[in-house]
Design a binder for this molecule. Structure first.
Ligand code: G3P
Length: 216
């Protein structure tokens, strides 16, 4: 399973890359807004300098023509830019158009298996089911992920399943158990994945015993 960082923060992306845990990056308009008054295209270019893998840049137009125009423009930023389109009627049309032009599209805001099917049919390179946001409203995000993986296994579709809106390590572990192609997560979740109190306790004990034995 590939790990993407779900952030637009350059320090977090650098740290994730140095851990070997940044196979790609997903951004969205909210994550870009959190970085303050940055120039969008320059910021995406800066991310693409740190990470070799796919970097998602999301369109903000609501109509197909606007999305295609933005997609064509952003795809020129770097070869690893992937265009993120919303799972709307116009978003699907833009996905088909951009895909036919050889541009990879990450179809975002997916909340149902039906949506995942039409995104694959539109040629999406990635489908992003939002697990955490479904959990937030009392539905089961992991069940959605499982359904999409099961459906996609029936067909030779090339669309990769990108588990998104992950909030905690259990989301990541279960996505891996199900065989999701990619998990995108905030940096906080990366930290939660490897931190363990018994590791810290064991390390403290080892170092104390070493010092007590008089070794340097
Ligand atoms: O990048 C899309 C997605 O992962 C957003 O996550 O936590 O805002 O629901 P969240």
């Amino acid at each position: 399973m590939k790990f993407f960082l779900d952030t637009a923060n350059l320090n977090e992306i650098r740290e994730g890359a140095s851990l070997g845990l940044a196979d790609g990056v997903t951004t969205n308009p909210s994550l870009i807004a959190k970085e303050g008054d940055v120039d969008f295209k320059k910021h995406i270019a800066a991310i693409c300098e740190i990470v070799q893998g796919p970097v998602s840049a999301e369109v903000t137009s609501q109509d197909k023509d606007g999305m295609v125009r933005e997609g064509l423009e952003y795809s020129k930023i770097a070869p690893n830019v992937v265009i993120k389109c919303p799972l709307t009627r116009d978003g699907l049309k833009a996905t088909r158009h951009l895909t036919d032009e050889g541009i990879r599209v990450n179809v975002t805001l997916c909340f149902s298996p039906a949506q995942a099917i039409v995104a694959a049919k539109a040629g999406a390179a990635f489908i992003s089911p939002f697990l955490g946001r479904l959990d937030d409203i009392g539905e089961n995000g992991l069940l959605l992920l499982q359904n999409i993986i099961e459906i996609y296994q029936n067909y030779p579709w090339k669309t990769e399943v990108l588990a998104a809106s992950l909030r905690h390590p259990v989301h990541v572990i279960e996505a891996a158990r199900m065989g999701a192609d990619i998990a995108t997560m905030p940096f906080k979740v990366i930290d939660q994945l490897f931190n363990h109190p018994l590791t810290d306790k064991g390390q403290t004990q080892f170092l104390a015993d070493w010092a007590k034995s008089g070794r340097k």
